[in-house]
Design a protein around this ligand. Structure first.
Ligand code: C5P
Length: 223
């Protein structure tokens, strides 16, 4: 799998992260969670008192956080200004602000550049990489050898997400996912979109192992 790029897009709760990590681990590839980068940017804004809904203020500060991502699928790390924020970026507060922050073009410009650098670094080391997000197949790596759009029913996605979170109510989770999906797919800059050249994989009713196995077959065929 030398140098292969596997690009995975899809809405929240479609199983992207578990699937991407499973594929990367099985084939010894690097792993990049781009959603974690938008969350890290959002965490920094909130931590520094920048209002996530103030697009001009967010744009002005977008160059300031020092975000660094570990690419080991068994232990992906996220650091902002040297601080481990892996847990803090999953809070309700960050989740509530991330769609607004990620809609700001200056934020996307900077993070997409970082994502492309990581992909180039993987290639230069003859390592493959699995990259997951919302605009990987369309904007970040349209030349990826494997391009997948993962989907699942709204109920299945809410169930998966509420299993990851503790003690949250399913209806609230489903409403939050719907809100984020609407914002992510209706923004002007790089919206979540499904294009004809990415293979759609509907995962409702499939187990993680089955989805990983399908992607491994596609990955092996591509190299
Ligand atoms: O994947 P996750 O749910 O952690 O992503 C958090 C948010 O980051 C998404 O709701 C979306 O607003 C944003 N995002 C994005 N582009 C990506 C990945 C995530 O805009 N490539």
């Amino acid at each position: 799998a030398e140098g292969v790029v596997v690009a995975i897009d899809g809405p929240s709760g479609s199983g992207k992260s578990s699937t991407a990590k499973g594929v990367a681990s099985a084939r010894d590839l690097w792993y990049l969670d781009t959603g974690a980068m938008y969350r890290a940017m959002t965490w920094w804004m909130q931590h520094h008192g920048v209002d996530a809904d103030d697009a001009a203020a967010v744009a002005e500060a977008a160059g300031r956080p020092d975000i660094s991502m570990g690419t080991d699928p068994a232990a992906p790390t996220v650091h902002v200004d040297g601080r481990d924020v892996a847990r803090e970026i999953r809070t309700q507060q960050v989740t509530a602000g991330v769609s607004a922050v990620s809609a700001v073009p200056a934020v996307r410009e900077r993070l997409v550049a970082m994502q492309r650098e990581t992909i180039a670094l993987a290639r230069s080391r003859a390592a493959g990489i699995v990259v997951e997000g919302r605009d990987i197949t369309t904007v970040v790596a349209p030349d990826a050898q494997v391009k997948i759009y993962l989907t699942a029913s709204a109920e299945a996605r809410a169930h998966r997400r509420s299993g990851e979170l503790s003690g949250s109510d399913i209806d609230a989770v489903q409403a939050d996912l719907a809100r984020r999906d609407l914002l992510d797919s209706s923004r002007a800059d790089s919206p979540l979109t499904q294009t004809a050249d990415a293979l759609e994989l509907e995962t409702t009713g499939l187990g993680l192992d089955e989805v990983v196995a399908i992607l491994l077959e596609l990955t092996d065929r591509a190299v």
